[in-house]
Design a binder for this molecule. Structure first.
Ligand SMILES: Nc1ncnc2c1ncn2[C@@H]1O[C@H](COP(=O)(O)OP(=O)(O)OP(=O)(O)O)[C@@H](O)[C@H]1O
Length: 235
């Protein structure tokens, strides 16, 4: 197994400049490693900082102390202080992120949204559209929807477009923020299969799964995220 994510001494607080600089401590001295072929479930109560940790891993949030290394094409990239163009490249080839919500771009069709990351990785257009279509159909989005922009789709349909986009591109590291939140049982099972398949083909997966059944089925390991006040008292 090789280490794909390595987090050391990560501390993150938010400073609210409009509230007299009030500081909200969220993550304190977090350490974690994730190898290929693992599916890590971040566990912890609401407000503990799971989504914040995911956003730090993706480079959306800066960190206050510590380091986050992501293994990208043979090198460990420090995601928290990489240049924007390096982060863009890591996200293109290595680091996928499936949030609960689709960022809809006006007039861009569902098929284009799903095929684009594969074409960005260098896949031939025809193969990318073929694979996009297969993933959409597997997630029960019928062909008649593929050429429409998903702006008017239901919440669950939009989430499935997002999932098709995230899974079709085969990222070595995949971050999943509640991937089954708006799905019915049949679609939930498809997503569970996709998570297992990605893991078996070597992806390192970090997820937030509020549904305990989902979590128990896909997780190979749990990493507790502790509310920071508890962490400070324990420490
Ligand atoms: N951008 C932000 N600015 C200020 N505070 C924030 C910000 N993002 C998150 N927080 C705070 O950080 C804490 C952790 O939030 P986070 O969303 O990471 O928790 P969570 O464990 O994912 O919760 P849930 O399970 O309810 O989704 C919360 O107290 C939240 O209010």
């Amino acid at each position: 197994m090789s280490r794909m994510i390595s987090v050391t001494g990560l501390t993150k607080y938010f400073r609210l400049h409009l509230q007299n600089g009030t500081t909200i401590p969220v993550l304190h001295d977090v350490h974690m490693e994730v190898a290929d072929g693992e599916c890590i479930a971040l566990s912890g109560p609401s407000g503990a900082g799971k989504s914040t940790l995911m956003r730090c891993l993706y480079g959306n949030y800066g960190i206050c102390e510590g380091s986050i290394l992501v293994h990208h094409q043979g090198n460990d990239i420090s995601i928290s202080d990489a240049l924007p163009r390096t982060i863009e490249e890591v996200r293109r080839y290595t680091l996928g992120y499936v949030s609960q919500f689709l960022r809809v771009i006006p007039r861009v069709s569902t098929l284009d949204i799903v095929a684009q990351p594969m074409m960005d990785q260098g896949m031939d257009d025809a193969a990318a559209y073929q694979r996009a279509s297969e993933f959409l159909l597997r997630l029960n989005l019928p062909r008649r929807l593929h050429n429409l922009p998903p702006a008017t789709f239901s919440g669950g349909e939009q989430q499935r477009v997002n999932l098709a986009r995230g899974f079709a591109a085969s990222y070595p590291v995949l971050l999943l923020d509640e991937p089954t939140a708006s799905l019915d049982p049949a679609n939930r099972d498809v997503v569970l299969d996709m998570i297992e398949e990605a893991r078996h083909s070597g992806a390192a997966i970090v997820g937030i799964f509020h549904d305990a059944d989902v979590r128990d089925r896909v997780a190979t390991r749990f990493i507790p995220v502790t509310p920071v006040q508890d962490a400070l008292h324990d420490g």
